[in-house]
Design a binder for this molecule. Structure first.
Ligand SMILES: Nc1ncnc2c1ncn2[C@@H]1O[C@H](COP(=O)(O)OP(=O)(O)OP(=O)(O)O)[C@@H](O)[C@H]1O
Ligand SMILES: [Mg+2]
Length: 274
């Protein structure tokens, strides 16, 4: 039984491998298995390490957040968490534009505009960056996005609206556990319905302390990847603390998160036009 399972896992087709995850072909057409590695990287791969158990924590945290979002009718790629390291997701064409949502100045934003880190922004600011490690994810203007057909205006508008809604939901979710949601990164993808030809936009990738800044409300202690970027130590404890406060730390007991299927309205953009 175990040997059979091991062979099945060794034989499955790898679709892509990134810095922190591997995507395998899923059991049904149009599905993928997202495997979370323990690798951690920063500064577009210049700094790397392996932190035992980090992949398990990110899988758990992201599955929990995606499930909560789909309960609030946010369309996501997440179908269910399969085991400690893997989740089943819908395959999408990733839009090569990262959406950054900022509530409080930090990191590159604070540096770029000379704003002291920790300053609350007058309003939520959404930025777009090119998904490109070689170019260090440069900030993009809307004109650039449209000129180079990275996303259709209807898609970008939908990404903007979804990002604000996700921010609203996550800010509340983290406030309840005494965490400030400083900023976070989102990736979206296109899913085509081959039968109807409709195109849907889904939130993809992951939401975890890797791509978010999470600070304790009272102490401002960092509970995210900045502990690694800035050599603060205690990264595994910080991620565990986030999981503990979300109420998902500990024995799995066979429990897996399953999202209710949510589909947004078709975007009414023809596949050939993008
Ligand atoms: N549902 C999905 N369908 C297809 N691709 C996906 C899906 N969800 C995430 N991806 C992509 O799979 C890869 C995940 O791997 P990982 O996060 O390790 O990549 P990465 O090294 O950060 O690379 P990248 O710079 O491309 O994000 C990313 O390229 C991500 O955009
Ligand atoms: Mg990634």
């Amino acid at each position: 039984m175990l040997a059979k399972k091991a062979t099945r896992m060794a034989n499955r087709k790898k679709i892509k491998e990134g810095k922190t995850k591997v995507l395998y072909r899923g059991p049904e057409p149009g599905t993928l298995i997202q495997y979370f590695k323990d690798d951690i990287t920063a500064f577009n791969n210049l700094k790397k390490d392996k932190i035992e158990g980090r992949g398990i924590l990110n899988n758990r945290i992201s599955a929990h957040i995606m499930t909560k979002l789909s309960e609030c009718n946010v369309p996501t790629h997440f179908i269910k968490r399969i085991n400690m390291r893997e989740q089943l997701v819908h395959e999408v064409d990733i839009i090569p534009v990262e959406v950054i949502v900022r509530n409080i100045a930090a990191g590159s934003f604070a540096k770029r505009y000379g704003i002291e880190e920790g300053t609350k922004l007058p309003r939520t600011i959404i930025e777009y960056c090119l998904k490109s490690d070689e170019l260090s994810d440069p900030v993009l203007s809307e004109d650039y996005i449209f000129s180079y057909d990275l996303a259709h205006p209807i898609e970008l508008d939908e990404m903007y609206q979804q990002a604000l809604r996700i921010n609203d939901l996550l800010t509340g979710m983290f406030l309840m556990i005494n965490i400030k949601l400083v900023d976070f990164k989102l990736e979206f993808g296109r899913m085509y319905n081959e039968v109807t030809g409709d195109l849907h936009l889904l939130l993809a990738d992951e939401i975890s302390p890797d791509g978010s800044r999470l600070w304790d409300i009272t102490s401002d202690e960092k509970l995210d990847k900045d502990r690694f970027r800035r050599d603060l130590g205690g990264i595994e404890h910080a991620y565990q603390e986030v999981a503990r406060r979300l109420g998902i730390l500990g024995d799995d007991n066979g429990k897996v998160e399953v999202a209710k299927p949510v589909m947004n309205k078709p975007l009414h953009i023809r596949k050939v036009n993008i």
